[in-house]
Structures are given as C-alpha cells and as structure tokens.
Design a protein around this ligand. Structure first.
Ligand code: MRU
Length: 332
C-alpha cells in the first residue's frame, strides 16, 4: 500500500497509463494499466479516473500513449471524453503540441503536467488555509466539502481536500462534513476514504442535509473543487455545489473554490457557456424507480462568481464575489 502522500491516480508505467480504479474504492485499491487509448477513454467515461486535474493528467499521458501505439487519430475522442472538466482537453492539447518532436518530448511534457499539478496543489492549499484563518475566528474549524477534490481527483495531494489537509496539519480541523454526492457517491466512497486514511475527523451526510447543516451554524466554511471556471469566475463543479454556495451566502460563511489555474478557461466568458455533462438516466433510476420513470441527471452545476467568496489557485487567491475576477491569473 502506498504512503498517504503517494496516492497518484494517474501515472505512466512502462508504456501504459496506470490509473487507480476509483470505481473499486473504498473496497479495494486496485490499479489498471491501460495500453490502448480507447481503454483510457472508456475508463474516463465510467469514472474509473475522474476529477478535473486528474483528467488533465490522463489527457496528457493519453496523448503519450497514442504516440506509442500509433493511435494519434484517437486524440480528438480522448480530449472530448468528458465535456465539462476543461483540464482534460487542456492536458491533451498541451502535450499534443509537441507531437512533431517525437515520443520522448511528448512524454516529458506529460510528466510536466503531473508534476506541475502536484506543486500547484500544495501552493493553493497553503494560500486557501491562510485565507480561511483570516476570515474565521473559531478554532478548530468545521468544514464542509462536496464531491471529491482530493488526491484521487488530481495529480496527487488534492485541491479542496488539500486545503483541509493543510489545516489539519496545523491542528485546526474539528470535523469535515462530507456530502455523499449522489448519484455516484464520490463523497461517501472517495472523500471519506481519503479522510479516513489521513485520520481527519469527518461525517458523511446526505446531499440534502448540507443546507441545513450550514444554516444551523454547524459549519465555518465550505471548500470545493472545480471542473471549469469561466472568465468571469462562474464555477462549474459537481451537481449540488450551487446549493452549498447558496446556503453559505445565506449563513454568511465563506464558500471557497480551490483549483489550479489549469481549470480556468478564458475561452468561456461566463457560466452560461459551460457545457454541463448529462449522464445516463440509469445512474439515478437504478434500482428504486418505477419502470416508466425518466430521470434528469446533470453531472455538474454552475455557481455564479458572486457566490464565490474566495478562489485559491497556485498563482494567488482572488475574491470573485467582490469583483476580483480571475483574468489577472492568465494575463502574462
Ligand atoms: O464527475 P466527477 O467525479 O469527475 O466530478 C468531479 C468534481 O466535480 C470535482 O469536484 C472537480 O473535478 C474538482 S477535482 C479537484
């Protein structure tokens, strides 16, 4: 079993893209070595590998795999395997820009995508933790998170859970409320698994409990990740995030987004232009619904920038709710 800091959901291993099969967690920590691009695309679509920055690493190594196996014609399908997390296309495009230089250059670029994400997560975690401590008087903190934005969702370490880990390392976390994250239970299966390994106290709650927990003053701040951040700061994240943000606004507590700048998409002006992935109805209908029922199953929602108290990135911390827009993050 790897050391706690060695959770690496996507790596390159001996001519294969090696992923942790996140569908097997928490029962088993198993790795899959994917040797064809279409196998990687299938793994992405069934969420064996998921989370925006981890998808960026998968896109990057997927291009390296495509070069090795002579499947470069599958790169467009790879970069489009899931539409909302911008990191997937960003990672694939960044590495594909070096195709003409050959396999070694392509693989080196993919390694850089991974190592830069690891570094970014550490930096944005410290910045996010520092900011929360300036806004919250209570010690230790009671936090809430939605979905999984931990090591499993990134190159390693985590974004939202990175902030939690940083605060925990300072002895400042009382409890983390973990939204279960229907319908695929990334909170229950993945976030709780990570927190348990780290020895961080947590309580899993139904998604529908989040607003009540926040409004009844049991939470000091919510911290979530992001799949795509529009140029105006509107933020797409797992379905249910918007409700958390609204409850935080009502309770006047911080709602923090933790994300590397690779998740900011300057080509998307506002949240209205973000393509929200619609997933199979069966994810909601099985096993309890009547045979004739239909389902509405968006995988993500968009939180307006006005509700984002803080956006912590590796290049600095912004306050979108106060008109502090992320444009400065990509301005050279
Ligand atoms: O459908 P998923 O599990 O890929 O959704 C993941 C999320 O919504 C995460 O919060 C987001 O990608 C940020 S991960 C650091």
């Amino acid at each position: 079993m790897p050391e706690i800091d060695d959770i690496r959901p996507v790596t390159w291993h001996d001519g294969a893209v090696r992923i942790i099969d996140q569908t097997a967690l928490p029962a088993e920590l198993t790795y899959l070595d994917l040797t064809r691009v279409d196998a990687l695309i299938a793994a992405i679509q069934r969420l064996a590998v998921r989370g925006a920055p981890a998808l960026g690493v998968a896109g990057a190594y997927g291009v390296a795999l495509a070069v090795l196996t002579g499947e470069t014609d599958r790169i467009p399908a790879l970069r489009a395997a899931r539409p909302t997390a911008v990191n997937l296309a960003v990672g694939a495009d960044r590495v594909a820009a070096r195709l003409a230089e050959g396999f070694e250059a392509v693989l080196a670029e993919a390694h850089a995508v991974l190592t830069e994400d690891l570094t970014a997560n550490r930096t944005l975690s410290v910045l996010g933790a520092d900011w929360l401590l300036t806004r919250i008087d209570r010690r230790p903190l009671r936090l809430l998170t939605h979905c999984n934005a931990g090591a499993l969702a990134t190159g390693g370490w985590g974004t939202a859970l990175g902030v939690v880990r940083e605060l925990h390392a300072r002895g400042l976390v009382e409890v983390v409320y973990v939204d279960e994250t229907r319908p695929l239970l990334q909170g229950t299966r993945l976030t709780a698994w990570e927190l348990a390994r780290l020895g961080i106290p947590h309580r899993i709650q139904a998604d529908g409990a989040a607003a009540s927990t926040i409004v009844s003053a049991h939470v000091d701040a919510a911290v979530v990740g992001a799949d795509r951040i529009a140029a105006n700061g509107d933020t797409a994240n797992k379905i249910g995030t918007l409700g958390v943000a609204l409850a935080c606004a009502h309770a006047r507590i911080p709602f923090m987004v933790a994300a590397p700048t690779s998740t900011i998409d300057p080509a998307t002006p506002t949240g209205a232009a973000i393509h929200v992935e619609q997933r199979a109805e069966s994810e909601l209908l099985t096993p309890a619904a009547p045979d004739t029922s239909r389902a509405h199953n968006p995988a993500f929602d968009v939180t307006p920038a006005q509700l984002v108290s803080a956006l912590t990135t590796e290049r600095g911390l912004l306050e979108p709710a106060h008109g502090d827009l992320p444009a400065q993050l990509w301005t050279p």
